[in-house]
Design a binder for this molecule. Sequence first.
Ligand code: ATP
Ligand code: MG
Length: 513
Amino acid sequence: MADEWKFDVPTVGSKQLPPDPRYMEALTSQGYGFEAAVADLVDNSIDAGANDVVIHFLRDGDRLVSLLIVDDGCGMTEDELDVAMTVGGRRDYQHGALGMFGTGLKSASLSSASAVAVVSRTKTSRPAGRRWVMEHAKDGFHCDIVEPAYAQSLIDRYSGGSPIKWNGTVVRWDGVKDFPRNGSLEQTERYIARIIAKLGMHLGLQLHRFLTREDFNITIAVEDITTGMVVTSYGVMPLDPFGYPITGNQDYPKTFKVENAEVGVVSMTAHIWPPKSSIAEFRGIGSLIETQGFYLYRNDRLVQAGGWNNFRQPEQHLALARVAVELPSTSSDVFRLTVKKDGVEISPEFIAALENAADDSGAFFATYVADADTTYRDARKRAGVERKPVIPPGKGLDPSIREVISEELPPLIGEEPIVIKWQALEGDAFFELDREDRQILLNQRYRPGILGGRRGGLNDAPMIKSMLYLMVHEVFQRERIGPRDKDNLQMWQSVLVAAARAEMDRLSDRDGE
Ligand SMILES: Nc1ncnc2c1ncn2[C@@H]1O[C@H](COP(=O)(O)OP(=O)(O)OP(=O)(O)O)[C@@H](O)[C@H]1O
Ligand SMILES: [Mg+2]
């Protein structure tokens, strides 16, 4: 039976079927995250040879109005702009280029905003611009031509005082979906702080090899359009997922080679992180379950940060294992890059061949996985000091803190975790322990003081909650509370009540100012 299905389907000719303009909608519904979409535009700036890329959030008083990405790359002429705005327009790429599909600019922009305008100038051409508005694009692929005077004014604004010689490109997004709708000052400031951190992390990681170059910088800036002043400016720092100070295992890094008939020899450099590192390169890029595994690079750009691609399942014990893989420039059935460039599908044949991948000495890739596991476990067996398993914390504490606690203190298996929550308590006590229901109850009345004006939530007050957990978790493990525990609890209670009152006083002082 199986053989019959190998026959070709018989055909009698062909006809050309161009896509319906609605296709634009399909193209922009690929679930681009905001950071991935911005990263796609920065890729274009890198391909254009830019040294400086500035991501401007434009703010009109309390409200964010547009996002601009400005680069000092080679720029585009009118004809080149037409190609750039065409879906799949570009066909020829220089060796090492980050672009490959000819769609990034359009799909990233229109997934994230309701309109995208591109204004550009080269050394030899005048400023020119094009704009896609989602509504016009759907209606017969109508691309707008930007008024030359406006193109000129936008270039003048961002060319840093040397408009005559300047070449570069400004991409402007309007109707950005990620911006807060409720544009109060407080909401906007929170959003800006959060997005700068997220975007800085994403770009710092994906483009870390470019950011270590002397002559390449990315800046995230917030600009007030009424005054033209830059109110915040942040230089994106490289975040190298292999940037440990010393290796976790002296035999590593090691290079393994995988032979593949279609793409040739693929090199993988297997690293073992030092255990318990708290640096951002290790802990700041995601949970340890998500950040172990393969780091796939295409032309020096990270296109997948962690994950085992079905080679195996992630597990806590492999937290130290990270493998750098240099992908061939062209997408193939072996490595299929997503259009968003934030993940790669790897063929099952290649994954199967990993088992037999060997280093120069003939050691197999499987030994690496075992070594990463052993390094992790050995670090847990401290000489002389054995940490006893504990009842883990549960709801009320941020998952990232719970993850660290479970690495430091082995959790008792099958035990109900300790919930930490605010509750209206009778009297002045700062906390109460409900041993029966495994709860640490914090007195609601002190909450405003502890939060100091910040918004509350299930996982609020992480510092206080972690400390209290560390102090009292053992009490939950005892059969009975002894005199020593009783005395400690009473002592902590009176100190913490005094501290909580002091927090409340500071709060009312501030309100009175
Ligand atoms: N900032 C820029 N400076 C100069 N040229 C640009 C810039 N942005 C885009 N272009 C031109 O527009 C073309 C289309 O960009 P787009 O991002 O849509 O696709 P791509 O980069 O070719 O491929 P991919 O879909 O993989 O990103 C680019 O190939 C480039 O020639
Ligand atoms: Mg691109």
